[in-house]
Design a protein around this ligand. Structure first.
Ligand code: NAD
Length: 353
């Protein structure tokens, strides 16, 4: 029997190869006249091309976006936006750049146009993160949700293949946990299942032919769906665990998600049958956790946390931190199975199904 509450998030989404060309139109559609373009130092050339495309609508480029949005960077960006008279920000890049746009919007309500070039999904969520004194705090605020999102698969073609694969699995994690979310709803479940299917198809297509634009389009379409799920419903064990591992042990975001996901799904498998069936079906596999693990193997992602800088001696502490702040999960979080999950993820073993 259906029983749900669904509130949709208001944002305009434009999806097409070549859609970047419409950025000026979209700045004007927001009633803005001076758009500050945000990016990481690595993507400055791409951002400069956007500023050129904007012509007189450009307020220049701010190329200091960094992973986890340090508060000092956010303050500098806000001051810079004010000093150049920006009335809009265009964030071109991954979750780190979109995160910087959100940090500006949080205090100034400056409208954000996001142009995602990874599959992280931040552009579809009202969730922000800011890091101060080594501690990352996250929150939800409707002001940070980008007003317009331009998805152009041509822009993700430059994303290195390895990063594309782990980023795609990061997106799959949003959909997988959305399928068993406490506040889940049928619309998000449709989007989640199709998002996983599109990403699995697109990632496999990229593995066969890294230049395949249609595969890039599938991946980005999946990222949109999975990012929407992340923006609409709550997450559980997998996301909390990755937040702990990333924040306390400085592990890379997308790789951590890609490695932990099969184990988190195995942990929850008996408590979320319908979700697991849908994940497995979307992957074309018999089992959700094994399906994700095998997809990771197929894509040659790092096989365990030990390969991405986690020390085995830190696993007990990671377990303590993950247990310290209780949160909802379909299966209760208990020390012993959680510790085994971390050990398996560290070793790169198959999930226990
Ligand atoms: P990222 O934004 O840190 O990008 C990783 C690197 O790849 C950067 O150097 C970037 O410049 C480069 N890059 C991105 N796109 C490229 C392209 N097309 N070509 C070449 N290089 C490219 O990585 P990410 O995984 O997208 O984002 C991770 C961050 O986003 C984390 O801090 C995470 O917490 C946050 N995040 C937030 C949300 C949210 O809803 N608030 C959701 C997902 C992720």
């Amino acid at each position: 029997m259906y029983d749900f509450t669904y509130t949709s998030q208001p944002s305009k989404v434009i999806f097409a190869a070549g859609a970047l060309a419409r950025v000026g139109e979209e700045v004007q559609a927001l009633g803005a006249e001076k758009a500050l373009v945000l990016c990481t130092p690595e993507q400055e050339a791409q951002a400069t091309a956007v500023a050129e495309l904007l012509g007189p609508l450009s307020a220049g480029v701010f190329a200091e976006a960094k992973m986890h949005v340090p508060i000092e960077t956010a303050r500098r960006a806000r001051d810079h936006a004010r000093s150049v008279g920006a009335d809009c920000a265009v964030a071109i890049g991954g979750g780190s750049t979109v995160g910087l746009g959100k940090a500006i919007a949080l205090e100034s309500s400056l409208p954000i146009i996001a142009i995602p070039t990874t599959y992280a999904g931040s552009e579809m969520t009202p969730i922000y993160g800011l890091t101060e004194d080594g501690l990352k705090r996250t929150g939800r605020d409707a002001r940070v949700l980008p007003k317009t999102v331009i998805y152009d698969p041509m822009l993700s073609s430059s994303l290195p293949l390895g990063l594309s694969f782990v980023s795609g699995l990061n997106a799959i994690a949003h959909a997988a946990e959305g399928l068993y979310a406490r506040d889940g709803n049928p619309v998000m479940s449709l989007m989640a299942e199709d998002g996983i299917r599109a990403l699995a198809t697109g990632l496999r297509g990229l593995k066969t032919d890294p230049q395949n634009l249609s595969a890039r389009s599938d991946c980005l379409y999946g990222a949109w769906l999975c990012g929407s799920v992340l923006g609409h419903v709550g997450m559980a064990l997998h996301h909390k665990l990755c937040h702990t591992l990333g924040g306390s042990f400085n592990l890379p975001h997308a790789e951590t998600h890609a490695i932990v996901l099969p184990h988190a799904l195995a942990y929850n498998s008996d408590a979320a049958h319908d979700a697991m069936n849908r994940i497995a079906r979307a992957l074309g596999s018999e089992n959700a956790a094994l399906g994700v693990f095998e997809l990771g193997r197929e894509l040659n992602i790092p096989s365990g946390l030990r390969e991405i800088g986690m020390q085995e001696s830190d696993l007990d502490r990671a377990c303590d931190i993950a247990l310290a702040n209780p949160y909802w999960n379909p299966r209760p979080i208990e020390r012993e199975p959680l510790r085994s999950l971390l050990q398996d993820a560290w070793n790169g073993k198959p999930p226990r199904v």
